[in-house]
Design a protein around this ligand. Structure first.
Ligand code: KG4
Ligand code: ZN
Length: 345
């Protein structure tokens, strides 16, 4: 079966074609980063309009890449939430209109399920069961994944997400949007031991996270360093970036390893935008390797938001015989807030 998938929950329009037998056939992506940069963050209304502008040309492009025609599509999948309401609606209305016009079913996919299953597209791929560390701009969760639609929440952030911690610190350091990649680039020039920053919740035996205190600690350091009206030097900014990145990575890695210990599982899967962070990757590789486990990352371009993970999640559900929130024939809905537990079987 051929699944066409759309992602439009935030600032990336992603379109992909996945075959249930042959896997990923083609995917295209348009990032709105350049458009939002001058505003210092995502402007929801601009995001929605841009999705509308890009989605049809991207669909044509992906069909061309895979050498397929609209008539070859068996199912149309789209991100129904969580995300920005207008942005979700742009993707959902296009996806459902296309599905209705082709006379094929549409499938509403949970954005986080897309991230969770995306490492299965990599070679080698993990096998169920595994622990997933889901680290994006809006979420930081540790999940136990026993199969498609079998997700158990082990722990999550009580306030800011890891990506948010990267983004907010980047803003403090004047690095602009998107903050995560910019901060980690700057961190490469800095000394991660230069400043002592808190590792929130590290000593708590549970698997929850908290990152808002870290942001406050960096703010306090910045205020202290600039108290006499000085501006931060390049060295200080790089050292602060490196120290912040080290603190975030330390907490994420320690809790992820603890999740393996507590569940007795050996495979760790990392998904979501922060999974592109090189320090996190290196740290986890080493820590998991030391305990004879295995860690899996999706290819970097599939870590951040993309259409492939949505088409792939729909394909996985079809193969597993689990219907995904199939829409009725004449209506659809999006869910800006949507718990992952709602889609479990
Ligand atoms: O999964 P994603 O693309 O979108 C959401 O669903 O939120 O994640 C975006 C987040 C942003 O906070 C971004 O700053 C962060 O991932 N990010 C990174 C890196 N690349 C993206 N954070 C740290 N290091 C990176 N290399
Ligand atoms: Zn995402």
């Amino acid at each position: 079966m051929i699944v066409l998938g759309f992602e439009s929950s935030c600032d990336e329009t992603g379109v992909a074609l996945v075959c249930t037998e042959r896997g990923l056939l083609a995917h295209t992506l348009h990032s709105q980063v350049a458009m939002h940069r001058e505003y210092g963050g995502v402007v929801p209304e601009l995001a929605s309009r841009d999705h509308i502008r890009r989605i049809y040309p991207l669909t044509q492009q992906v069909l061309q890449q895979a050498n397929l025609e609209q008539g070859d599509i068996d199912v149309v999948a789209y991100t129904a939430g969580p995300g920005l309401a207008g942005a979700l609606l742009a993707g959902a209305s296009f996806a459902c209109s296309l599905a209705w016009s082709l006379g094929v079913p549409s499938m509403a996919i949970h954005h986080l399920e897309g991230h969770l299953l995306s490492p299965l597209m990599a070679t080698p791929a993990p096998e169920f069961p595994f622990v997933a560390l889901l680290v994006s701009g809006g979420h930081t969760q540790l999940m136990r994944v026993d199969g498609v639609a079998q997700y158990e929440l082990l722990g999550e952030t009580l306030d800011d997400a890891a990506g948010e911690a990267f983004d907010k610190t980047a803003t403090l350091l004047g690095l602009g949007y998107p903050g995560g990649p910019a901060l980690s680039r700057m961190a490469q020039q800095g000394d991660s031991h230069a400043y002592t920053l808190p590792r929130p919740m590290l000593r708590n035996p549970d698997l929850d996270f908290s990152f808002s205190g870290l942001k406050t600690a960096v703010l306090t350091k910045v205020r202290h360093l600039t108290a006499q009206g000085q501006t931060l030097s390049e060295r200080q900014r790089a050292d602060l970036a490196a120290s912040t990145e080290a603190a975030i990575v330390d907490v994420l890695a320690t809790k992820a390893i603890r999740a393996l210990d507590q569940t007795g599982l050996t495979q760790l899967v990392v998904a979501g935008g922060v999974g592109a962070n090189q320090r996190l990757r290196a740290h986890l590789q080493q820590a998991v390797h030391e305990r004879s486990g295995k860690v899996f990352f999706p290819p970097i371009e599939l870590c951040t938001d993309n259409g492939a993970m949505i088409a792939f999640a729909a394909a996985q559900r079809i193969v597993a015989g689990i219907p995904a929130n199939q829409d009725s024939e004449s209506s659809f809905t999006v869910r800006p807030r949507w718990e992952l537990s709602d889609i479990c079987v």
